[in-house]
Ligand binder design. Sequence first.
Ligand SMILES: Cc1ncc(COP(=O)(O)O)c(C=O)c1O
Length: 530
Amino acid sequence: MRSNEAPPSQANLAWDVLLEVDDDGRGPLHSRLRRSLLTAIRAGRLAPGTALSPSRKLATDLGCSRWVVTEAYAQLIAEGYLAGRAGSGTRVSWADRPVSTVLVPPTSALRTPRFDLTPGLPDLRAFPRQQWASTIRVEVQRVAFTDLAYQAPGGHPRLRRTLADYLQRVRGAAAGADDLTVCTGITDGIMQVCRALAAAGITAVAVEDPVWRRLGRAAASAGVTPVSLPVDQHGLRAADLAANPDVRAVIVAPAHQFPTGVVLEPGRRAALLEWARRVDGVILEDDYDAEFCYDRRPVATVQGMDPSRVVLLGSVSKTLSPALAIGWIVAPPRWTAALRASSAPTAGPPTLDQLAFATFIDTGSLDRHLRSCRSRYRNRRDALVQAIRAELPECRLSGIAAGLHVLLSLPDGVDAAAVTAEAASRGVRVANLDRYRVLPVPAEPGLVLGYGNLADHAVGEAVRALARAVERVRAGSTSTGRVVAAAPQPATGLPLVHRYRHRPLAHMSGGARDPAPRAPLGPGPRVPPT
Ligand SMILES: Cc1ncc(COP(=O)(O)O)c(C=O)c1O
């Protein structure tokens, strides 16, 4: 199909394009140039609306007369592949499908809910644009030209020094610049460390359950099998580690478990370290959002208690934005050496961003930003808790003291998948707690509500809409027409190809001990993973 509707624009210049003009002597040069342009248009190298090189310039580039080019252009104009307009040059006007002037929003935009309470994001409206922009400008101006070469493995030494000091000061970590490797985030860090573990013969890693499932997938993709280990009100059940001798590594979020919000209690911390020493194992400490504590003191890292057994992982995903893709790994020398040896020269975030982040910390901008975030999040959390207590008095809240999300337990018998679907139909996106569960154990229905990226003014209305969804499901019918009792559970929301099954620890494998096992993976509404 041909179209002449391609919108002209002064952008979209394609003065440099790969043109393979046959020199096989088949036909005159202008015909061979025409064929070559046609091939580029049909292959999509010259997209609809693209401005071609002016005839004089292309003739110079090709070393032919200008007439050859104007002749080739004229033929393609006559055939409808090109359009020549005064003032806008010669542009591609052919598309293999009609070019619409109606802007069609992308599918994801069509599905954007009015209120998005899925956890995982900080307040993106509060990103310190001005400070970041001016810091980047300063770094671009003062960066040494040698720093514009390929990065040294491990990240820029200035950021490594700054981060090591920062993590000692703020997180009680035991870190020197040499122990620190800059990466693009915790997920990336886990992948890198697991690759090193796999190379050293460690084949299985314990992962908390419930959990942010991408961490287990990252380990699996690095060749280490994730094995689920349950979390209770005291955190990860460290004693259960002994049941699986293959497991010599564990991924744990001691300061603020996701999604339960529990803190790993001191006895369990000690047990975890004792286990790691006994099996010559490694603890991968996921320190993803420890900066945000409201009603309790921040908890220092386990890494600070024994830096020889713990790899500490952190990132700016919850403090600034995941778009910056800056993270860090603090590891014992043995693992740092393995990371440095394996990382590609350009594996980290851009050097200029690393330098800007170092300056952002050194000048106190990060501390100031975090102070203002903490007070904003605390107020928003208060508003959310208040609204839930007023609108959903029969639901229990937990994990409210820290972080950017809370856990809402639904009344017994209320199906969380049905509530999630009903809420979505009312424009409220929430996460079913089942989506983070792996082991088939009976558990009370619940929702995970993230408030980091929720606009303050939206809190009341979002909770009211959620309360109406719960009411509707309790009443036994939903606006989506689902019969609640038959609702599939749980909904993981993950595309099938991305699912993996954790291998539960032997003595936890459910079955006989679990009278009513819940199917761990099942169909459900597709929700973007958080
Ligand atoms: C428990 C947990 N760990 C880590 C991360 C973040 O990882 P990254 O630094 O790769 O963005 C998240 C993000 O939502 C998370 O929920």
